[in-house]
Design a protein around this ligand. Sequence first.
Ligand SMILES: [Fe+2]
Length: 249
Amino acid sequence: MKLALISDIHSNLESLQAVLEDAHQQGITDVYCLGDVVGYGPNPRECIDLVMKCRVCLLGNHDQGALFDPEGFNSGAERAIFWTRAQLEQAGGDASEQHRRWDFLGELPRNHQDGNMLFVHGSARNPLNEYVFPEDIYNKRKLEKIFALIQQHVFQGHTHVPGVFTESFNFLSPDEIDYQYRLGNEKTMINVGSVGQPRDGDPRSCYVVIEDDLVTFRRVEYPLEETIKKIYDVPELDNFLGDRLRDGR
Ligand SMILES: [Fe+2]
């Protein structure tokens, strides 16, 4: 079994293409997407069209925001969501393509289970909206409650910060573990990071490859200045959404 896990693409086409190419070069054909295909970035339609080819795709909170009324987003994110919705509704495009994209988003599930592995966008407790941040290792009650719901291993996104949470309240960032983690008997939550808007200080796209019990974090360079220029060119998308791509913040 060799599987690529991608998440939080956020309409960043250049990063998605780079990651899919990197996975393809490793002979990976099975890709799971853990949500937030859209929001923030300039290419929602193109990213949806690529992600439709994934074997599994889950609903993220930004995807849900584009489908329904966005709730709980800051003003920049909310503006990006309304702009995204307009792109998906844009008249003049191919109507059947538009319907295909809306149907795809509207039917995305909130979780997926394969044996002892659960896949969600946020957390096992709240698949759509709960953040599990590295500093939550100091919030033992929170982690205990979430781990109690976990059979063995959970793969998630949402925070854009990759790494491994263990049941013994450790957080291991990819660079601390040489980008590899072997799944064992201990329960784990693994954040696969973000393809289109990394926030761990490394601007390269992040995704995860699972091969049997070995989890590998991959970092992939992409032409981020192209994405940034496209963001600058859309008045509804804050320039900050481009600038942050350079710093991976
Ligand atoms: Fe996200």
